[in-house]
Ligand binder design. Structure first.
Ligand SMILES: NC(=O)c1ccc[n+]([C@@H]2O[C@H](COP(=O)([O-])OP(=O)(O)OC[C@H]3O[C@@H](n4cnc5c(N)ncnc54)[C@H](O)[C@@H]3O)[C@@H](O)[C@H]2O)c1
Length: 379
């Protein structure tokens, strides 16, 4: 297949050169790995609708590491630059694939990030790196404003000054605050009730300004509850402290925790415990690839919910964890926590319509993959 006009970006000794080539695909393959002055070149096929090299921040974390695997599996020519300071992530979660270029760096370090960006023909950024514990954000707002907002804005500035204008943000349903209607759609009021949600809200607003004033295209993906693990059992969830119900319940099933604390069983829900919308990590990862495609195809900037629309109560999750693991899970009912709404579930119509995304994994598969991981954790 001949390609009429292709634009290739060649990385030589750290300098990006754009060339126009009236070359066909055959010539492209010949150009690939071409050596210029003894320097191996990386060539990015740019004008044909593919994003081949992306920056992933937080790629050693739970969601970022799963996304890295998904993106690499999509095409042999995909490459990823990962920036993660390993403050929360795990070196063991990093892909060993030679198409991954890892930098242990803080995304807020403007000079260092710009130097990294200047070395690779990166076309888009998927930004996972942030601090993500709601409770901690209430106790330590400066940490959250600094890491999520100041460092996030520095990253955006580095991208802007490097002419990278495509961005996917890990946002959260916490930007909505207490639900005024259910399921929550993207037009729902945004009134975050914790500092964590507020920092994501602030970054979304900054992105909207970049889109309007600087020509950026972005998708802010508002996740509900990420859960489960890669089906191979190679990757999984490992937070410290762990605050998520599924790993906590399964660790209790394994005897690594004495009992599972349930915060409140007197909510206005069928069994009295809180209802949340759990989404499998692989479904989540795939949505990021679709968001990149949307941006690359010239789609307008969007905020999009990622959830399944069906919620499960804490008690239902615990029962499922018991049946999947075949183990006892002792529970203790504790008082309600501040700021826990009884029910949070997503309306995902927009994700279906705009991204063409539908979650594939059922709750049982979420718990089964999480159980596989918990029994053989590598980190
Ligand atoms: N896990 C969920 O259920 C959930 C729900 C909604 C939104 N999110 C968002 O998804 C993203 C990823 O969440 P996760 O559960 O994978 O968290 P995680 O803590 O496992 O991963 C975050 C990664 O970012 C890195 N990091 C943090 N600050 C950094 C910095 N300044 N510079 C470089 N690296 C930095 C950490 O080392 C870690 O590897 C976060 O932005 C989070 O707010 C997560």
């Amino acid at each position: 297949m001949a390609v009429a006009t292709s634009v290739y970006r060649i990385l030589t000794t750290g300098k990006l050169i754009e060339i126009n080539s009236r070359a066909g695909l055959k010539d492209f393959k010949q150009l690939y790995n071409l050596s210029v002055q003894n320097t191996v070149c990386l060539i990015c096929r740019k004008a044909q609708g593919f994003i081949e090299m992306i920056l992933v921040t937080g790629g050693a974390g739970y969601i970022g590491s799963h996304f890295v695997e998904t993106y690499l599996a999509q095409s042999q020519s995909n490459q990823i630059v990962v920036i993660d300071d390993l403050s929360e992530g795990h070196a063991e979660a990093l892909s060993a694939d030679s198409r991954v270029h890892f930098f242990a760096e803080n995304v807020g370090n403007l000079t260092a990030v710009k130097a990294i960006l200047s070395r690779f023909p990166i076309e888009a950024c998927v930004h996972f790196a942030s601090s993500c514990y709601v409770g901690e954000s209430q106790k330590n707002p400066p940490k959250y404003f600094h890491n999520n907002v100041v460092n996030g804005l520095n990253l955006m500035r580095a991208l802007h000054e490097s002419n990278i204008t495509k961005f996917v943000l890990s946002s959260t349903c916490a930007v909505y605050g207490n639900p005024k209607h259910l399921p929550i759609d993207e037009t729902h009021d945004q009134e975050p009730i914790n500092v964590y949600g507020l920092t994501k809200y602030m970054l979304e607003k900054a992105l909207a300004a970049y889109a309007q004033q600087c020509g950026w295209s972005y998708v802010a993906l508002r996740y509900f509850n990420a859960a489960g693990a890669d089906q191979s059992g190679k990757l999984g969830e490992s937070h410290s402290p762990e605050t998520h119900i599924i790993p906590l319940a399964l660790q209790t099933a394994l005897g690594n925790r004495h009992e599972l604390e349930i915060y409140g069983d007197d909510y206005d829900t069928p069994d009295g415990t809180c209802i949340r919308d759990y989404i499998h990590i692989t479904d989540l990862a795939v949505a990021h690839s679709l968001a990149l495609e949307l941006i690359n195809a010239g789609g307008r900037s969007e905020a999009i919910n990622l959830g399944t629309t069906t919620g499960a109560s804490v008690k239902e999750i615990v029962d499922l964890c018991r049946s999947v693991s075949g183990k006892e899970i002792p529970v203790k009912i504790s008082p309600r926590r501040d700021g826990d709404p009884p029910k949070l579930v997503a309306n995902n119509d927009k994700a279906k319509a705009v991204l063409g995304w539908t979650p594939k994994f059922e709750l049982e598969e979420i718990v089964r993959t999480a159980w596989l991981w918990e029994q053989n954790r590598r980190y």
